[in-house]
Design a protein around this ligand. Structure first.
Ligand SMILES: NC(=O)c1ccc[n+]([C@@H]2O[C@H](COP(=O)([O-])OP(=O)(O)OC[C@H]3O[C@@H](n4cnc5c(N)ncnc54)[C@H](OP(=O)(O)O)[C@@H]3O)[C@@H](O)[C@H]2O)c1
Length: 297
């Protein structure tokens, strides 16, 4: 397949370019796909002409990983959030409708308000609390309206080697100091980019029907659980962390947060599992492998 990755310097986009553009490990075979990444300045979400230019007729699939992902920046600059996460997403889908490419658009658990007790499935109605969540929910709607066969892939708490995230920040703190803390009353499920690249690859291979898919590792945790598991894995691997305990913080005490965050956005991957017969592995295994394969320097 010839595949365009929009946002190829981001955490997920860079992982897709690396994994999909490389030969299977040690095989000496040709890579599975011909992958072309697009990043700034060649791609500017605020300049629709650059989106059209990047998506030419040669691509069979286009994956949109580019977005304004800073939740508080979106709250401060709602118009930029709308342009990047809604208008640009729609433009990319419209362009794919013209060129005949299949389109995968990445979205977020923040489309939900987080008040539900059970995991959210793909049929649950979005009800975002923040400008970021609203701009992504509007983006999903606009993409599917422009191109019903588009795949909207919602992910949560993405981590991986291409760009530091919560887990890297917590590990680096615990390597330097004895006391670390994290929010203990907000729950979701981490998503490892190595796994996510495989799952998205399965959707491509299966010519997945259009619509919404949830893609995250299985299980659920708070940021504190997530951090304590990461520290336990690091200690078991002999990394010189100064503590394996994470003190609890309350979401409501996070004065630096501008945007309201949903409390419980655990997602069910039912639709993906029905299509592929694959149940994503538990988040704990993914975190362990990440720390083993990409230890902090
Ligand atoms: N990270 C998470 O925990 C998380 C959770 C839920 C959903 N998601 C979704 O997953 C997708 C991928 O996220 P990620 O973690 O890979 O995010 P990321 O690392 O922030 O990557 C987003 C990319 O978009 C690019 N971008 C932002 N504004 C742009 C603009 N105006 N023009 C061109 N490029 C622009 C950024 O470019 P620069 O590098 O140049 O700034 C960045 O490389 C996004 O749709 C996000 O909403 C992520």
């Amino acid at each position: 397949m010839k595949i365009a990755i929009l946002g190829s310097r981001g955490r997920l986009g860079a992982a897709l370019v690396r994994k999909w553009g490389a030969a299977p490990d040690g095989s000496g075979e040709k890579p599975a796909h011909e992958v072309r990444g697009f990043a700034r300045p060649e791609l500017d979400l605020l300049d629709p002409a650059t989106i059209d230019h990047c998506i030419d007729e040669s691509f069979e699939w286009v994956v949109n990983c580019a977005a304004q992902t800073n939740v508080d920046a979106c709250e401060r600059q709602p118009e930029e959030a709308r342009l990047a996460n809604t208008i640009a997403a729609r433009r990319a889908a419209e362009r794919c409708a013209k060129t005949g490419a299949r389109f995968i658009h990445l979205s977020t658990d923040y489309v939900f308000d987080g008040r539900q007790r059970e995991p959210y499935d793909e049929e649950a109605s979005p009800s975002p609390l923040s400008v970021y969540g609203q701009s992504k929910a509007d983006g999903e709607f606009a993409v599917l309206a422009a191109l019903p066969e588009a795949v909207v892939a919602r992910v949560a708490w993405v981590f991986g080697p291409e760009k530091p995230s919560f887990i890297d920040m917590l590990l680096s703190r615990a390597l330097a100091q004895k006391k670390v803390s994290a929010i203990a009353d907000k729950w979701s499920t981490p998503t490892y980019t190595e796994d996510l690249a495989d799952w998205l690859g399965m959707l491509v291979a299966a010519e997945a029907p259009g619509g919404v898919y949830h893609l995250c590792n299985s299980g659920s945790c708070s940021w504190r659980d997530y951090g304590e598991h990461a520290l336990a894995c690091a200690a078991a691997m002999g990394l010189p962390v100064k503590t394996t305990k994470v003190s609890p913080l309350k979401l409501r005490d996070m004065e630096a947060f501008v945007a309201e965050r949903p409390v419980n956005t655990v997602m069910s991957t039912r639709r993906f599992t029905q299509l592929t017969k694959i149940t994503p592995r538990p988040w704990q295994d993914a975190v362990r492998d990440y720390i083993r394969d990409f230890p902090p320097c």
